[in-house]
Ligand binder design. Structure first.
Ligand code: AMP
Length: 394
């Protein structure tokens, strides 16, 4: 049985690694000849808009799923006329546009950050009046890992960004998309206590399972460190996250793994965004949960029973971005697991990750402190965790 996957990055790579023990085969579609999955699976290298390549890709596949959320929806719909596609294209459509995504959260009664649409440079002032400062201006489309975002603290920041938009600079060029879509949203800046994410999975029969919430630390808009389960996890907050995931599942007739990222503020959750796919904040599940997010995604889309989402002790996942440590140094730490994605190093690129597992949160705290000097650079965000009182570190 062969599963087709749109996107051939590390998420696809880890999906295939989880699927081989289940007897599955994979065929990938990615425009880049350097896509990491080239090392381990068959692939079609073509633009997503190339219908004859999509046709060839879809031939004989059991089903298609995706690991990249900016695949054009039209290409996914084209495939969906020929072969089953999970999660449903409607999920992709909602997740690709921040204003639609936020509107979906609102419609489903899921608390989200306050926001206003900014269709033109002129509309920025009205949005700022409505939302207040500080605020974050975000492109509705193609923004990821903190790209396409401008923090506006003062009236001067607003005036500068507005001028850029009017001049069609880095911000404004995207305003004129000619499709009548809202190109930006302005969001209230949330002074959150922490960032959390939930990974949930729904099978073809409607069966659902949810992983414990994860605490995430970002630098420069990119995920650096995840702690799972999130320390000091309140049962009510976990329920709130599960409830949000179930609402999205029901509304979209969802099948597969779904990630929702939240800000925790005053003991409440505000949904920031969702990803209709396996997610970086779920990498810890490979060694840290009974069933990994990758295996559960495959089980879900194949219509197989879901596996347990229980955590095995406490885990920390650290992203290797731009450069990598010495393998031996990492692997000399007990229960440290190293993953390389087979990509050539480049600044800002996710090259791999390390998962540290421990039987208890105390043990995990001491393993984190033992990490070699490489991981004590500020971007790994370890200092914030290690500075906490020992009892609540991880
Ligand atoms: P996003 O692309 O929306 O996930 O944003 C990337 C990161 O920027 C988030 O993980 C937060 O750390 C930060 N961020 C995004 N939106 C807000 C907001 N409204 N208030 C405060 N920080 C934010």
């Amino acid at each position: 049985m062969t599963i087709g996957i749109l996107g051939g990055g590390q998420l696809g790579y880890m999906l295939a690694l989880a699927g081989y023990p289940l007897g599955l085969h994979f065929r990938f579609f990615d425009p880049s000849p350097e896509a990491p999955v080239g090392r381990i699976a068959a692939r079609v290298t073509a633009e997503y808009s190339d219908e004859s390549a999509l046709e060839k890709f879809g031939n004989g596949l059991e089903l298609v799923t995706y690991e990249f959320e900016n695949v054009p929806v039209a290409s996914v719909r084209y495939l969906a006329e020929r072969v089953p596609v999970f999660p449903p294209p409607a999920a992709l459509e909602a997740a690709q546009d921040r204003s639609r995504e936020k509107q979906l959260f609102r419609d489903l009664g899921i608390a989200t950050t306050e926001f206003a649409a900014v269709p033109t440079a002129e509309a920025l002032d009205i949005a700022v009046q409505q939302i207040g400062l500080p605020a974050i201006l975000k492109t509705c489309r193609m923004g990821y890992d903190g790209k396409g975002q401008w923090l506006l603290r003062t009236a001067e920041d607003v005036a500068r960004v507005k001028l850029e938009m009017q001049a069609g600079g880095s911000t404004g060029s995207q305003a004129a998309n000619g499709q009548g879509e809202v190109p930006f949203i302005l969001e209230r800046f949330v002074s959150f206590a922490r960032e959390l994410s939930v990974l949930a999975v729904r099978g073809r029969t409607g069966e659902t399972a949810v992983y414990p919430l994860v605490e995430n630390h970002h630098r420069g808009g990119i995920l650096r460190l995840s702690l799972a389960p999130a320390p000091r996890l309140d049962a009510a907050i976990q329920r709130e996250a599960e409830d949000a995931a179930r609402r999205v599942f029901e509304a979209l007739g969802y099948v597969g793994v779904l990630a929702i990222e939240f800000f925790e503020t005053d003991g409440r959750l505000l949904a920031n965004e969702m990803a209709p796919r396996v997610h970086n904040s779920g990498h810890w599940t490979i060694e840290g949960a009974v069933t990994s997010q990758f295996e559960n995604h495959l089980r879900a889309v194949m219509g197989l029973p879901l596996g347990s989402t229980n955590a095995l002790g406490s885990s920390a996942m650290l992203n290797l971005i731009g450069d990598v440590p010495e393998s031996a140094e990492v692997l000399s730490i007990r229960d440290a697991h190293l993953h390389f994605y087979g990509k050539s190093p480049r600044a800002g690129r996710k090259l791999g990750h390390v998962t540290l597992r421990a039987g208890s949160s105390e043990q995990l705290a001491s393993r984190l402190a033992e990490l070699p000097g490489f991981f004590h650079r500020p971007e790994f965000c370890l200092e914030a965790v290690l500075a906490r009182p020992v009892s609540s570190r991880v």
